[in-house]
Design a protein around this ligand. Structure first.
Ligand SMILES: Cc1cc2nc3c(=O)[nH]c(=O)nc-3n(C[C@H](O)[C@H](O)[C@H](O)COP(=O)(O)OP(=O)(O)OC[C@H]3O[C@@H](n4cnc5c(N)ncnc54)[C@H](O)[C@@H]3O)c2cc1C
Length: 503
């Protein structure tokens, strides 16, 4: 599938231009296109290159939001969780969560059971169950026995975030939406009759000015740069580590409090590996560099894991990769700790008429989109109420079954070839990193960014994308640099060498 040509895009007057190709922008594109609006989405890098490929991949209500008193956000998120489980059963799957209860540690069994009772009640079904100590140790014999009384097991859901974005974009294109990646918006000018959106082509260096009646800025952590209003975003970094599955055998999402600061930490099976996260830190000023997991964050997460599995003695050398994302949190301005800031979204219109949206969660992307459409006048309150009840995914899409399953390990052989064939035909791959990191996800969960797949991947890219040898070498070098600089473990020889080479 080709990216659309800028000249062609500038010959249309758009009802709506959406800036940002994360889950928020994708959801807005889908809901606007579905209503017959001529809608274009512009992404400056690859789709889901921001927070939407670097989340904790949980489709959940967020237990801690109940603890923070945010019942409405939890209820809405749980309804969306249930809808996604129903509508995308091969992409959003139920996963048991296990919360060990230890003597003298907060929270104890009763408060946790009460919290889960409310959580299940809001979701409309009971999932929690008490597991006595003996059963916990049968399932996880190497788990620390210190003060262990038992564990609470409850149900929540897991997805592949970047593939969810692809699925929403696919649905949007079937509804008539148009999308372009590697098309950064550099400026928006407001006119009496609408907007001029200045966009450049990151691949060919050309530029164009597009005309639109409405513009929505859905650029996540970068939203302040285009919004034309006072800064609202507090950029908060969250990092994860990937560990080979043979190091920690897990079939639940183990959740527990970090021994140093009492923040929740999760370890869960994902795509054939185990993912451990997350941290919650102020990221500082956003530059054009990708966020990276620091050495201190690696230590913080290893400390948490090694406390739960004392004989594991997991070290940085055992890890496959790391991943850091920046949450677009709406700042309260009250000097709260990053973890205490609210997670709900905000939609605001600046003086020039541009509507911006940020915050929220992957789980609630559809509600955020409908909220935006109401703000720009594409939905009135009655239609909005009706739309909230309607299905999100209405088209059958014949994507390879295991490609988007969050628990399926990277494919090899004929299955890999089938997956890549689908991706190259339908998902606007421009660079090798688009394919390895955000379409296949092998770059996260295989050693050295999935280097062992590259020979096969190279042959398919040559055959299907027409890359010659020079282009393939260029892509391989670019990909290996991205892996070394942004996904290799801080302090590892690969990351150190990459940093030394960077001018
Ligand atoms: C560590 C972490 C863990 C999380 N865990 C969960 C979780 O488990 N469950 C959950 O529901 N939510 C979770 N979230 C929240 C969720 O991931 C985010 O709320 C969501 O992905 C935000 O999507 P977005 O589209 O608003 O932003 P992004 O995904 O960041 O997308 C913004 C896009 O805008 C593009 N862009 C920027 N500037 C321009 C420009 N000038 N022109 C064109 N494009 C531009 C960027 O390249 C980017 O792709 C987590 C977030 C983080 C960071």
């Amino acid at each position: 599938m080709q990216r659309p040509d800028l000249m062609h895009l500038s010959s249309t007057r758009w009802d709506l231009v959406v800036i940002g190709g994360g889950i928020t922008g994708a959801g807005i594109l889908l809901e606007a296109a579905r209503r017959g609006k001529k809608t274009l989405l512009l992404e400056r890098a690859d789709y889901a290159a921001g927070a939407s490929s670097r989340s904790s991949k949980m489709v959940h209500g967020g237990l801690r939001y109940i603890a923070q008193g945010d019942i409405a956000l939890t209820r809405q998120s749980l309804r969306e969780r249930e809808r996604l489980l129903r509508e995308l059963p091969h992409m959003v799957v139920e996963l048991p969560y296990l919360f060990p209860i230890r003597r003298g540690r907060f929270p104890g069994r009763l408060p946790m059971q009460a919290l889960l009772f409310i959580y299940d009640f809001l979701a409309g079904r009971r999932t929690q169950r008490w597991l006595p100590r003996k059963q916990v140790l049968q399932d996880y014999p190497a788990l620390s026995q210190q003060g262990l009384r038992g564990a609470l097991r409850y149900g929540d859901a897991l997805t592949d975030d970047a593939r969810l974005v692809q699925r929403v974009l696919h649905e949007a294109r079937l509804e008539g939406g148009v999308t372009g990646n590697y098309l950064p918006v550099t400026r928006i000018e407001a006119h009496a009759s609408g907007f001029a959106v200045h966009v450049s082509d990151a691949l060919h260096g050309s530029g164009a000015c597009l005309q639109a009646d409405q513009v929505v800025n859905a650029t996540g952590a970068w939203a302040d740069r285009l919004s034309g209003s006072q800064a609202k975003i507090r950029a908060q970094r969250g990092s994860h580590l990937f560990v080979p599955a043979d190091k920690i055998a897990l079939h639940d999402c183990l959740t527990f409090m970090h021994p140093e600061d009492g923040r929740p930490v999760f370890a869960f099976p994902w795509k054939g590996a185990v993912c451990i996260g997350t941290t919650d830190l102020d990221h500082g000023p956003l530059d054009e560099q990708e966020a990276c997991c620091s050495a201190a964050e690696v230590d913080y997460l290893l400390t948490a894991i090694n406390q739960q599995w004392p004989n594991l003695a997991l070290r940085a050398e055992d890890l496959l990769s790391s991943m850091a994302g920046v949450r677009p949190i709406i700042a309260s301005g009250k000097g709260r700790h990053p973890a205490q800031e609210r997670r709900d979204h905000a939609v605001w219109r600046s003086a020039d008429g541009v509507v911006s949206v940020a915050g929220g969660k992957l789980t609630t992307f559809r509600l955020i989109a409908l909220d935006v459409l109401r703000t720009i006048g594409f939905l009135d309150s009655r239609d909005h109420r009706r739309a909230v009840q309607q299905a999100c995914f209405r088209h059958a899409v014949a994507d390879p079954h295991r490609l988007s399953h969050p628990l399926a390990a990277p494919a090899v052989g004929a299955e890999l070839r089938e997956q890549i064939g689908w991706i190259l035909q339908h998902e606007q791959v421009v660079h090798l990193d688009d394919l390895m990191l955000r379409r296949l996800r092998a770059g996260h969960v295989m050693a050295s960014g999935g280097e062992e797949l590259l020979t096969e991947v190279g042959a398919l890219c040559r055959a299907q994308l027409g890359w010659d040898e020079a282009r393939w070498q260029q892509e391989k070098t670019r990909y290996q640099a991205i892996i070394a600089e942004h996904y290799a473990i801080a302090g590892s020889p690969a990351r150190t060498a990459a940093r030394e080479e960077t001018p």
